[in-house]
Design a protein around this ligand. Sequence first.
Ligand code: PMP
Length: 698
Amino acid sequence: MNPALLPSLAIIGTDTGVGKTVVTALLASAYKRAGLSTLPFKPVVAGLTELDGDNIYADNEFLARAAGADIDQVGLYAFPEPLSPHLAAERAGVSIDISRILARFQELSRSWPAILLEGVGGALVPLTAELSIIDLIAQINIPALIVTHAGLGTINHTLMTVEACQRRGVPVAGLVINRYPGTPGVAAATNPSQLEALSGLPIIGLVPELDLSVEKLQGFEALAGNHFDLDRLQSPAKSQEKMEATATASEALAADAAYLWHPFSAMDEYLQEKPHPLMITSAAGCWLKDSEGRRYLDGISSLWVNVHGHRHPALDHALQQQLAKVAHSTLLGLGNEPAALLAADLVSISPAGLEKVFYSDSGSTAVEIALKVAFQYFRQTGRPEKTEFISFTNAYHGDTLGAVSVGGHEIFHSTFKPLLFPTRLTPAAYCYRCPVGQEPNQCDLECLDNLAALLAERAGQTAAVIFEPKVQGAAGILVQPPGYMRRVAALCREYGVLLIADEVATGFGRTGPLFACELEEIEPDIMTVAKGLTAGYLPLSATLFTTEIYEAFRGPYEELRTFFHGHTYTGNPLAAAVARASIQLFRDTEVLSAAQERAKELASLLTAFKGREQIGNVRQQGLMVGIELVADSRTKEHFPLADRVGRAVALKARDYGVIIRPLGDTLVLMPPLSISAAELRTLVNGTTRAIDHVLGNK
Ligand code: PMP
């Protein structure tokens, strides 16, 4: 083993008392024998040991002797009571400061080529009110080595620990079984092979029960022995797989530059990103990893789609199960089980009245279907003059021409005007820059007076009003004031115009409830869903309709009432199977209430931005956030387009391990619903530091 390739590791136990400290010390000795001087670092020790009448922190002394290091280097926090670190610290009147541990780790890394950081207890043991050991390791960004023991229960504990690591994007370099074989028997005999097979990880050492008194009498070297096969450490740098991955990564970067035209991207800017554009190669939980092995918190849920985290076991499983049956079969004239069952699921969770489901494959196509059906509906119910649509300024409903026709985003849409059908735009709620000059929270929704007037004048010619309920997403997370949605819905009812609620961005828990429509108990005639429908796995969308609308399309073929529309991959079984599994997670787990809790925490984190120079407006609804940066907070003046301030902040945030994407100069934060409190802090901290860096320089 080339000693230079030996990685720093975080040694974590499957439980307390599995012998992490002994394994850490032995490993330090093995590293030394391989030619790399290594420091064991135990940032927190909880529990004094009585020895020869003295109370000492025996673990730290043992580690220091093993490494020939100073005891002060080995430890940082020490608490007398053998309790979980957070509690032990609290009872000692201290609070553990994670940034202090991070700083010490960095300082030690400058003098020691490798550090063996020993955890405290198991992976999820709390270090502070918000952070567990595994969160610390994720922030330090080193692989974990899991110490377990042989016997009953070890498989469960070990696999849960591996999963906890993976959920936070911490790679696991291998397993060590301590005090092997423990009680000899079938469990002990089969544990190593079972663990390797089930976890896919190498066992790098079977350490027997050691007589620690040997160390006292004859010194550490006499105790150490040779228990590890360091070549088996799954170090990304050394594995063949990694070498192949590196070759693929550079090939992929070249191909990306040579052949790919990226969506919504000014290609000159994109190609100039330094050192080069990010290439995402893997992901777990809320974390993305790039081809260089760097980790980033997915602060925009991979463009607002991810819900339960990446590579969620239940979703992976559903996809694999369906893959073993059929990947695709058409819905044109045939049925497939997942698509049918998903339709039933969707009807059961959607606002009352929506009872029929038409599938397609993106938010845009779901909107096209909504518009075409609304148009055809009136032709087939004796009111063919109702052909027009009303939509809102700043609206975004997708990029296909029908969706663009009902869009109101100047920069995205104005080029295509000659190709579009005319739509009447009515002012949207943009309370920070109120279109009718009212003060936020003190108005009577005067911005909707224009809609009322339009309907009074044009309802006879209008098929539908289309809007994004509660939040106009791509407009910059513009949150509508209370009562707004209900008023829109009431006006549509009053004037006999269909209401299309575009829940492509807001659906599946983003705004708090499952659908934004629930916030004001509105019941649209048509609803579109996409993005979060498959929790970020596969492209699938659906347009839901009332039975009344559906009935207008029935009748003998020769009457040609059919809706002649359908995309090739409509109702794809793989996508439908994942969507069903995601809905099941909403039913079986606390994902919605946890996300609502996170939204409250997020609101309190965002108060730090209040009143700051050049942060004009911070808008939040659930886990959707828009932070509007302005050149002058008093006049609300925009930055010049050419300054690309929003983009500069988003690029800088990557240096702090966070992926965000701006809409103009509004920074959007929209993490997966499964984000933890600690990860939320990372997201806001990274964003804040990036803003400070960019605006501080302006
Ligand atoms: N409607 C809304 C409200 C959206 O936010 C989006 C996408 N951001 C779309 C429709 C279009 O969806 P897609 O990109 O899947 O076509």
